[in-house]
Ligand binder design. Sequence first.
Ligand code: G1P
Length: 281
Amino acid sequence: MIINKCLFPAAGYGTRFLPATKSMPKEMMPIVNKPLIEFGVDEAIEAGLSSMCIVTGRGKHSITDHFDCNYELEHQINGTTKENLLTDIRAIIQAAQFTYVRQREMKGLGHAILTGRALIGNEPFAVVLSDDLCVTEPNLDGVLKQMVKIFKHSHCSIVAVEEVPDNETHKYGIINGIKIKENIYRIEDMVEKPEPGTAPSNLAIIGRYILTPDIFTYIEQTAPGKDGEIQITDALLKQASDGIVLAYKFTGKRFDCGSIPGFIEATNYVYEHVYTRPTSR
Ligand code: G1P
């Protein structure tokens, strides 16, 4: 079982960043000079995936344009010193194929993933929530690549987790499970955004998943849960109770770019440690 496809739910409104996100998709908010979603696509390509399946919604045209050729711009900078500024995005467009489906109604992350079924079909796939920006040291595998390696042996759904403080568990899907190997847990329970003080552990799901295609049937059978939305966490719990779902405590740093403090922290970190300064402007 090989994973080729990566699903990017990208239909949300990004209300926390209004007014910036009034006409610009939150996925296009730049961390220094690169849109958030491009970091996710980079991570997926590094993990060996070549098909990027994006679930969009109204007002998301700039995502489609970003992962396409811009003839005017190409023409303008062709043969000039500025050409190197487009090197990365040109490489991405060549390395991956992009497909899109529109989510007409916002009924939660589970519903967004189910909308992506038309692009995924009947094969295991990765999911990246581009709000969660993950970085690893240059000599280490990216988070998705770490997960793909585990999947090659386990052949089951995997969620990425990290430990969060007690006063933050209510912001995440929280898992509980049996540790079966260093950093790997077999999930026994998971709760979407538990009330403060009721979380089954401190292991919070972050926006990286590998899902087997039977998840679509589980989502179809999932009733609206927390906040009246169809939650992927609830569908995964059912999948875990019928079989095996793993949680993987990844190596790396993750920033919650869906919040303003996390976004600023990521910006500073990327500027200091990741950003390659262009040679010309
Ligand atoms: C979603 C998931 C949640 C997970 C989080 C990670 O929530 O529903 O389980 O912990 O992503 O970022 P959201 O942040 O979209 O409300």
